[in-house]
Design a protein around this ligand. Structure first.
Ligand SMILES: Cc1ncc(COP(=O)(O)O)c(C=O)c1O
Length: 393
């Protein structure tokens, strides 16, 4: 299959797998054990912590390994809500369910109220609305704004949002799960208090991630037990996966430094340009110049996304409609609704997400497959009433 759903998950990089294997076999020891053989395992954890820290320009001691992005998000929000004196929580309207559903839980179980900051038609946070929300007398427990959106790839104005939050003395968390490893993320210049990342979005295994907690910022763990991770996340460490996370971070840091993501953006742009020029009624959703290099969110007028997905699957191309979690549901996603995309256009939208492994040949095959699927669906549905193409800038 030609895999164009890398925002859902990615293939483990061969070098990552190679780095992991010894920690599933010969170096199987518990990193907390006292004998010398376990020291190798402990050292491997330390190295992974340095590699992950380096990817986001953090101090290694500020990295806490977790069981993935959902856990990182829930842990940060759980702590922030637990110590809050104010009952309002602020997020964007386009967060992933790992933030939105946890926020709903805080509202229904702990009496919080939730203010969702709108985005503009390009999918970017409205900073004026955030400023207003933060200036209200009721105060706020925390602000949580994602660094990049999982459906559209749109990168948010995190530096500005963080500054506004700090001016109002409100702690700031960012879900950077779709940004880390794909776009520059630097906590030495963007002073977020907490940041979540997840390995399987950048060629490490699933079920491993990290929560960055800035030095000097308070935190209490969600999981209590053996006191691993300096008491910030108990449970015997998932050593092999953490080693893989570290290796993937090292690989991605090098690729970002060498600007290799430019070639992914070139493939994505070739894909979009081909479809825009070869079929009518195609729309690129979101601010084109503010996206992660690998993501394309497109609407195909007159085509139900569900039908497109079935045909593309038949032609050997895997992608998704909306976010992975939304696939199968027939409602427009909350992200597209927040961007003001009509229900009809939203239902005809696909998310195509490339990775470092996507080739030009695969992209070419995918272009032909999408063209064929759109033509077939339009002829079956008898809808040739394609209107003007709209491109957000
Ligand atoms: C923006 C965002 N946040 C959180 C998550 C959840 O991460 P994980 O699958 O590692 O729990 C995802 C995964 O789809 C995501 O894209």
């Amino acid at each position: 299959m030609i895999y164009l759903d890398s925002n859902a998950t990615t293939q483990v990089h061969p070098d990552v797998l190679e780095a992991m294997l010894p920690f599933l076999t010969e170096h199987c020891y518990n990193p907390s054990s006292g004998y010398s053989a376990a020291k190798i395992v402990k050292n491997a954890l330390d190295q992974a912590r340095q590699q992950v820290a380096a990817l986001i320009s953090a101090h290694p001691e500020d990295i806490v390994f977790t069981g993935g992005g959902t856990e990182s998000n829930n842990s940060a929000l759980s702590y922030l809500a637990g110590q809050a004196t104010h009952k309002k929580i602020i997020t964007s309207a386009i967060e992933h369910s790992a933030i939105l559903h946890y926020s709903e839980h805080l509202c229904s179980q702990h009496g919080f109220n939730h203010e969702k900051i709108p985005v503009d038609s390009g999918g970017r946070l409205q900073l004026d609305a955030l400023k207003q929300a933060l200036s209200k007398d009721e105060g706020a427990a925390f602000t949580s704004i994602m660094w990049a959106n999982n459906e559209t790839g749109i990168i948010q104005p995190i530096e500005e949002a963080c500054e506004l939050s700090h001016q109002a003395r409100v702690p700031f968390h960012t879900d950077a799960i779709q940004a880390v490893g794909k776009a520059p993320v630097d906590v030495s210049t963007t002073p977020v208090d907490y940041l979540s990342l997840s390995g399987h979005k950048f060629h490490a295994p699933k079920g491993v991630g990290a929560l960055y907690i800035r030095n000097g910022v308070s935190y209490q763990p969600m999981l209590h037990g053996g006191g691993q991770e300096s008491g910030r996340r108990s449970g015997t460490e998932n050593v092999a996966s953490i080693v893989g996370l570290g290796k993937a971070a090292e690989i991605m840091q090098q690729r970002l430094a060498e600007d290799q993501f430019r070639s992914i953006a070139e493939l994505r742009d070739y894909f979009e340009h081909s479809l825009l020029t070869q079929i009518e009624g195609v729309t690129i959703n979101g601010a084109k110049d503010q996206r992660t290099a690998n993501t394309s969110h497109l609407s195909f007028q007159g085509c139900e996304a569900a039908g497109l997905l079935i045909l593309l699957d038949e032609y050997g191309v895997g992608c998704s409609a909306g976010s992975a979690c939304m696939t199968g549901k027939q409602q427009p996603s909350h992200v597209q609704t927040a961007m003001g995309i009509s229900a009809q256009q939203a239902k005809s939208s696909l998310r195509i997400s490339f990775s470092i492994f996507t080739t030009r040949e695969e992209t070419h095959i995918a272009i032909e497959a999408v063209k064929k699927a759109v033509h077939k669906l339009r002829s079956v549905q008898g809808d040739s009433s394609v209107g003007p193409v709209h491109i957000y800038t």
